[in-house]
Design a protein around this ligand. Structure first.
Ligand SMILES: CN1c2c(nc(N)[nH]c2=O)NC[C@@H]1CNc1ccc(C(=O)N[C@@H](CCC(=O)N[C@@H](CCC(=O)N[C@@H](CCC(=O)O)C(=O)O)C(=O)O)C(=O)O)cc1
Ligand SMILES: N[C@@H](CCS)C(=O)O
Ligand SMILES: [Zn+2]
Length: 765
């Protein structure tokens, strides 16, 4: 008989009403002092633990809660603090901790990047000549707190040494082993102290195991985990993987640890297949991640129980943990406050708290027999069936369109070269046209106005008038600055994805379904629950109005199919690519409407195209082919004279440059300011033969760049890119910046463009 234990991997930090975010921001702005801040935060942390306890979770994670980011927590615990923050010794202060994440007067923040293929961002550790040391045994601190305050014997969570180092920068590949040798003894100390304190299990997260690794990496895993294990006598190590199946399944499950956590949701069936083929060591615990930690759909408990029974049958293990497929960090807190969604949809949802309930129910079902949870099994099946049968999932027009996709061309009428000539004629733009990426500052005034409108304090007319006034100001400002191609400013949008979720059919938006994106910044991913379709124009009113104010071209501004898909919670009863095609067809109608209403440049942003890449490289080609097709489906029906732009804000570019070119956009603007060198090298090697704007300044910083800096960065790019095709623009949208920062920076950018044009004219003469 297998013993079954319920477990969790991590709980959302933000609180039911984003209390975490509000407390952090109050502290940062000096509205509360440190003591109040720490008290409020502790209340929240303990409340999260208590909730998990009340939900009947046996193994509750501790130390997963963070004041900003868990990778930063790991760096700070090991004293990995860049020199510019002037840390010397002893405990790391809150000021230093937040300075690394957010920068301060003297030092720029550390870089932030995507956590695997999620929309969560971590702070990249800078290892440059790091001499790591333990500044504080963080997991121990939170293990003690849970025990003392709530009587919980928690499961400390630590980011594993190999994943930590692989996610870091500031060292050469050949230095990896030497660095690891410095960190492993510190991990041993942390674990031994936990053991002494009475911890039974420690969860060591090594999600890097779910990516494409080399055989030598696995050898490193063997060495490291041998060292960790042999230094412990009682503490059990749970080696936790997530987000994909394991290529080196046999090697991983045979590592010298007491338990292995596998993702049975996002692995495309690979982990189960491996278990069936190779078995699972009987003396180890299998921690089965079977409740989706990254999506929000209620589980069919019957199907999940069958899967668990299959796992038990195939392994005959003594102990099984039932748990989510990953930390619940990636899903909102609770469905209970969702009072505005339709009842069919709301019954089919499961956020973090409901997922914990599902885990408890499955544990009970396995331990006490199915009959113990018969009612809940029926309820879950009924809720899911009702959504599947609903009219929203059976839209014949959408289904027919998807069946007949060949009826929609995904090719423009003419080649880029021919279009280029026609568009040059049409727009008469100067050499090196200047533009921005779309959003202008979302000031507190703009957010307040939207809140007033959403709360019913403002009428539609009042809100429309307000948005128009913002556009009047924005167009006048762009005239004054002297830009060549304008934007309307995106003042009407809460978010570049949520906004479309509010307007497209097949989508709904939750009231409180927030998830952390980076630091205190959250996003509210819309819910794609039905067949996606165009209802009415979504952006045309604003674009047409803004265009009416100027003779300069104003770009229509849309978010692309892959990005809408990636930043939404997507139905899981049909393939994701099919949903992307549905979105693409809806966007195609919007593009056609914009064009028909006289908008001659249309930008379709795809910042999440790269983030959506599967973690395993052998799956990239299939993904990219579909993502490129979806983009082309959205944009290809326009006339040759209509200029299609796209934008991507990430700098790792070289490995997907062919796919980017295949989008066949007339102009792409990409983030480049922080990694200009690398990008230029990519173009040196591979070239690029369509319109391109490399970001010439970093929009994440409030700093106003010097004209000379922008000139230099542009001139370097112009050594490898054709000046006839080169655009000058910032890295990304300007919504998070203040107005005066934006004006200063854009004026410098326009000035730099003028100077480069003058130099070009001189050298031509
Ligand atoms: C480009 N990025 C995006 C990603 N994902 C998206 N879905 N969207 C993106 O733009 N992923 C990668 C990056 C991540 N970057 C960011 C940047 C900024 C934010 C951010 O600022 N988030 C805001 C919430 C934004 C929002 O939707 N605001 C609503 C208002 C909601 C609200 O909090 N209202 C307050 C009142 C506000 C007031 O009075 O001033 C309330 O109700 O109490 C809106 O504008 O209507 C954040 O604050 O976290 C996120 C990701
Ligand atoms: N058009 C959007 C793109 C962000 S990636 C903006 O400017 O905010
Ligand atoms: Zn961007």
């Amino acid at each position: 008989m297998t013993t079954v234990i319920s477990s969790n991997l991590g709980y959302p930090r933000i609180g039911e009403n984003r209390e975490w975010k509000r407390t952090l921001e109050k502290f940062w702005s000096g509205k509360i002092d440190k003591e109040t801040f720490l008290e409020d935060i502790q209340k929240l942390r303990l409340n999260h633990l208590q909730k998990q306890k009340d939900q009947g979770i046996d193994l509750i994670p501790v130390g997963d809660f963070s004041l900003y980011d868990h990778v930063l927590d790991t760096s700070v615990m090991f004293g990995v603090i860049p020199e510019r923050f002037e840390y010397s010794d002893g405990p790391v202060s809150l000021d230093t901790y937040f300075a690394i994440a957010r920068g301060n007067q003297k030092a720029v923040a550390s870089e932030m990047t995507k956590w695997f293929n999620t929309n969560y961002h971590y702070i990249v550790p800078e290892l440059n000549q790091a001499e790591p040391k333990i500044t504080e045994n963080r997991p121990l601190k939170f293990f003690r707190e849970a025990k003392e305050k709530l009587g919980i014997n928690g499961k400390p969570v630590i980011l594993g040494p190999i994943t930590y180092l692989k996610l870091s920068k500031g060292y050469k590949p050949e230095e990896f082993k030497t660095l690891l040798d410095k960190f492993v003894p510190l991990y041993i100390t942390v674990l031994q102290e936990l053991e002494k304190e009475g911890a039974e299990w420690v969860q060591i997260d090594e999600p890097i195991l779910a990516t494409s690794l080399q055989a030598e990496d696995i050898e490193i895993f063997k060495e490291v985990y041998e060292k960790l294990s042999s230094s412990l006598t009682k503490l059990n190590i749970l080696l936790q993987t997530y987000f994909e199946g394991l290529d080196y399944y046999q090697e991983v499950v045979n590592l010298p640890v007491q338990g292995v956590g596998l993702d049975f949701v996002h692995d495309e069936g690979e982990n189960l297949a491996s278990i069936k083929k190779y078995g699972f060591p009987k003396d180890k615990v299998l921690a089965a991640g079977i409740i989706d930690g990254r999506n929000i759909w209620r589980s069919n408990l019957q199907a999940k129980l069958e899967l668990l029974e299959d796992i038990i049958e195939s392994t005959r293990i003594e102990t099984l943990f039932v748990q989510p497929s990953s930390s619940l960090l990636h899903v909102p807190v609770t469905v209970k406050n969702e009072t505005k969604l339709n009842s069919t949809l709301v019954k089919a949802l499961s956020f973090a708290d409901e997922k914990l309930e599902e885990i408890s129910l499955l544990t009970k079902g396995l331990s006490q027999g199915k009959s113990a949870v018969e009612t809940e099994i029926t309820q879950s099946a009924t809720a899911i069936e009702a959504l599947n049968q609903s009219i929203s999932r059976n839209n014949t027009q959408v289904r027919d369109a998807i069946r007949n996709l060949s009826g929609f061309s995904s090719d423009r009428n003419s080649s880029f070269k021919e279009r280029y000539k026609i568009q040059q004629q049409e727009f008469q733009l100067p050499l090196l046209p200047t533009t921005t990426i779309g959003s202008l500052p979302q000031t507190p005034e703009v957010r307040k106005a939207r809140r007033a409108w959403k709360n019913g304090e403002w009428t539609n007319e009042e809100y429309d008038r307000f948005v128009k006034e913002q556009m009047d100001e924005a167009i006048a400002l762009q005239e004054e600055i002297g830009l060549d191609v304008f934007v309307h400013g995106e003042f009407e949008r809460n978010d570049m994805v949520e906004y479309f979720g509010e307007k497209l059919g097949g989508f709904d938006t939750s009231s409180n379904g927030w998830v952390q994106s980076y630091g205190s910044r959250c996003v509210k991913p819309p819910l794609i629950y039905g067949d996606v379709h165009f209802i009415e124009p979504m952006t045309v009113k604003e674009s047409v109005y803004a265009q009416s104010l100027t003779d300069k071209p104003v770009k229509g501004m849309l978010t692309g199919p892959q990005t809408i898909l990636n930043w939404s919670f997507v139905r899981d009863d049909i393939p994701r690519y099919e949903v992307a095609y549905q979105i693409a067809l809806a966007l195609r109608k919007e593009v056609e409407t914009l064009e028909a209403e006289g908008i001659k440049m249309i930008q379709v942003d795809e910042p999440a195209l790269r983030e959506g890449l599967p973690l395993k490289q052998n799956k990239w080609e299939a993904y990219l082919e579909k993502a490129v097709y979806a983009f082309r489906l959205s944009t290809s029906s326009v006339q040759d004279s209509t200029q299609i732009h796209t934008h991507m804000c990430y700098s790792e570019f070289d490995d997907i440059i062919d796919a980017i070119s295949a989008l066949d956009a007339d102009v792409i603007s990409i983030e480049a300011a922080r990694s200009h060198g690398e990008i230029i090298r990519t173009f040196e090697e591979k070239g690029y033969d369509k319109g391109i704007g490399l970001g010439v300044y970093d929009i994440h910083s409030p700093r106003i760049p010097e004209v000379k800096e922008i000139e230099d960065i542009s001139n370097r790019a112009l050594q490898v890119l054709d000046p006839e095709l080169f655009w000058i623009n910032p890295d990304c949208g300007l919504k998070t910046r203040k107005k005066d920062e934006v004006v200063g920076a854009l004026k410098a950018m326009v000035e730099a463009a003028k100077k480069i044009r003058e130099q070009a004219a001189v050298s031509k003469a």
